[in-house]
Design a protein around this ligand. Structure first.
Ligand SMILES: Cc1cc2nc3c(=O)[nH]c(=O)nc-3n(C[C@H](O)[C@H](O)[C@H](O)COP(=O)(O)O)c2cc1C
Length: 308
């Protein structure tokens, strides 16, 4: 017997038609994926990180394959917020009407983050911000904000003052207790938290005796990090009252279900997009299939339903 299936979820004030969004930095601004994916089927599109000024990123090589995942040290390369608005947001408005667009915001200083938000406030196609305080690949800013409650409070408080749009704050797993940072950003005005960003990692070519990445170390993503991510989502979902956007190694619908059960209200697909550009569609189909098999009519009933 077929049942009506309600896949909608809420991320604060943001209503998503299903719980699958793109993970920042793994889907650019959608353009490169439009031939493979019906963008309007996504719950939301999260863009690559955008900063106030153009950012060159780190030296190559910046990507290395590892067992069950990859290491990257891209370093938030992007053309700056003005070029982003002219190229990417204009394209999105023309080609993906109705798709919620969440812009991932990066900066070297509190002022940088605020400048990006202020510039984006003029763009009606933007639905929400994801403030990245967790990038392991930049020397100043990024992770420095995500590993200190005081710095996280400052940057989130300043962004909060600059917008009434939903503010999602992206947390780093590279801390002793992720729930402390989650509580700090909730208190500073975050409407939701997203986690996890990449885990610090390193791999070495034993023939050349050099690290595979020019920068030495980088961020580990992909299936290898999924158990760490699920554990952190579970801990954070119990520590805060704001919704959680969960990610880390999701390849299939069943992987995404694991995050929902742990307490995530929505999920993001990252590294899987590099393996299969249609990964997001497969994950949506897989969630639907799971719900039908289990006789679940509302996907949101799964949120936090782990029996632990
Ligand atoms: C190549 C690459 C670039 C990324 N760039 C960003 C970024 O600009 N901003 C951000 O918040 N996260 C960035 N991330 C982190 C991902 O959004 C995601 O949190 C992480 O990869 C874990 O999910 P996954 O295992 O599904 O990839 C990047 C990840 C990768 C692999």
């Amino acid at each position: 017997m077929s049942i009506d299936l309600d896949l909608t979820v809420r991320l604060g004030d943001l209503e998503l038609k299903n719980p699958v969004v793109t993970a920042s930095g793994t889907f650019a601004s959608g353009r490169e994926f439009a031939d493979f994916v019906d963008l309007t089927r996504l719950g939301a599109l999260v863009t690559k990180g955008v900063s106030a000024q153009p950012w060159q990123g780190n030296a190559s090589p910046r990507i290395a394959e590892t067992p069950s995942g990859m290491l990257n040290s891209i370093g938030l390369q992007n053309p700056g917020v003005d070029a982003f608005c002219e190229r990417d947001l204009v394209w999105l408005a023309q080609h993906a009407a109705g798709l919620p667009v969440i812009v991932n915001v990066s900066g070297h200083s509190v002022e940088d983050y605020v400048a990006v938000v202020e510039r984006l406030e003029r763009e009606s196609v933007v639905s929400a911000y994801e403030v990245n305080i967790s990038c392991p690949n930049v020397d100043e800013g990024g992770l420095a904000f995500g590993t200190s409650c005081v710095a996280a409070d400052q940057v989130v408080g300043a962004c909060r003052a600059a917008t009434r749009r939903p503010l999602i704050v992206k947390l780093s797993p590279n801390v002793t207790d992720i729930t402390e940072i989650a509580r700090a950003v909730e208190a500073a005005g975050a409407d939701a938290v997203s986690l996890i960003n990449t885990l610090l990692g390193m791999s070495i070519d034993v023939d050349t005796k050099r690290p595979h990445l020019a920068r030495g170390f980088g961020g580990l993503s992909g299936p290898a990090i999924r158990p760490v991510a699920v554990r952190m989502v579970w801990q954070v979902a119990r520590a805060v009252t704001v919704p959680v956007l969960g990610m880390g190694g999701i390849m299939t619908g069943r992987d995404a279900i694991e995050f929902l059960l742990a307490g995530a209200s929505a999920t993001a697909v990252g590294t899987a997009n590099f393996v299969d550009p249609t990964a997001t569609m497969r994950v949506i189909d897989g969630i639907e299939e799971y719900c039908r098999e289990q006789g679940i009519s509302r996907v949101r009933d799964l949120i936090g339903a782990v029996e632990a």
